[in-house]
Design a protein around this ligand. Structure first.
Ligand SMILES: Nc1ncnc2c1ncn2[C@@H]1O[C@H](COP(=O)(O)OP(=O)(O)OP(=O)(O)O)[C@@H](O)[C@H]1O
Ligand SMILES: [Mg+2]
Length: 227
């Protein structure tokens, strides 16, 4: 076992049966990520990056193999246990932000606390703090439609971190942003990495991966190399 192993993916296969043929999104993939690493997963479209990230986040399950995080085999948990586990351990951000359009920035950030029913007394203050940390304290009461793409992604990052999960997962988080805004978001990831978060970032743009301390290259459902 690798020392400090936080995320352990062991011989994982994820296949989709499409009529008469089977499509392998992941083929016998193994990967170990240590606590505090910032890992970028890079590869062409269809190579299995999102599938791998979703297995780490407990959004999807493998057909074969195991996904263990902090010693817990999450690939063996039932849906309820998995949802609870996810709320404590994982923050996720996506390419299209996925903020709720009728809620303000502040309300979006408060949502995961409400779902977990924690800290009922100081949720607002905690959410304001989280928005301040991503530089958006002055936009707390605006709707997503009143924010720029970069601002929306920063709200999504604040929301992902509000329950202080040790692991932050990001699937093409800058895919919908201009170059300058992408840089700001990546800088935020670097700061979070320095602050001790374990980060897994999926991107098909290799230049974006340079913020990471380790780059894993995928192709056709396999890990083909590492840097
Ligand atoms: N629900 C599904 N049903 C059938 N096939 C799927 C499903 N989800 C993913 N796949 C297939 O699995 C393969 C890997 O998909 P995945 O989304 O992981 O790729 P990706 O590397 O994230 O690509 P992109 O860069 O385009 O986001 C693709 O061939 C895809 O078509
Ligand atoms: Mg993808």
């Amino acid at each position: 076992m690798v020392q400090d192993a936080l995320i352990q993916i062991e011989n994982v296969t994820r296949a989709y049966v499409m009529g008469a043929r089977t499509l392998y999104a992941l083929r016998d993939v193994s990967l170990t990520i240590r606590a505090g690493e910032f890992v970028a997963i890079v590869g062409p479209s269809g190579s299995g990056k999102s599938t791998l990230l979703n297995l780490i986040g407990g959004i999807d399950k493998p057909n074969n193999g195991r996904v263990c995080i902090a010693g817990i085999e999450i690939s063996a948990l039932n849906e309820n246990a998995l949802a609870r586990w996810r709320g404590e351990h994982i923050g996720i951000v996506f390419q299209f932000f996925q903020l709720l359009p009728t809620l303000t920035a502040l309300e979006n950030v408060m949502l995961p606390m409400e779902l977990r029913n924690v800290f009922p007394n100081n949720r607002r203050a905690r959410a304001m703090d989280a928005l301040a940390r991503v530089g958006l304290q002055d936009h707390a009461h605006q709707l997503p439609s009143e924010l720029s793409g970069g601002e929306q992604q920063r709200v999504a990052i604040a929301r992902a971190l509000i329950n202080d999960p040790p692991i932050l997962l990001a699937d093409e988080p800058t895919g919908n942003l201009d170059t300058q805004t992408s840089e700001q978001v990546l800088q935020l990831f670097s700061e979070l990495h320095r602050a001790g978060k374990t980060i897994v970032l999926v991107t098909h743009e290799q230049p974006l991966a340079r913020a990471a301390s380790r780059i894993v290259f995928m192709r056709d459902g396999r890990i083909v190399s590492e840097e």
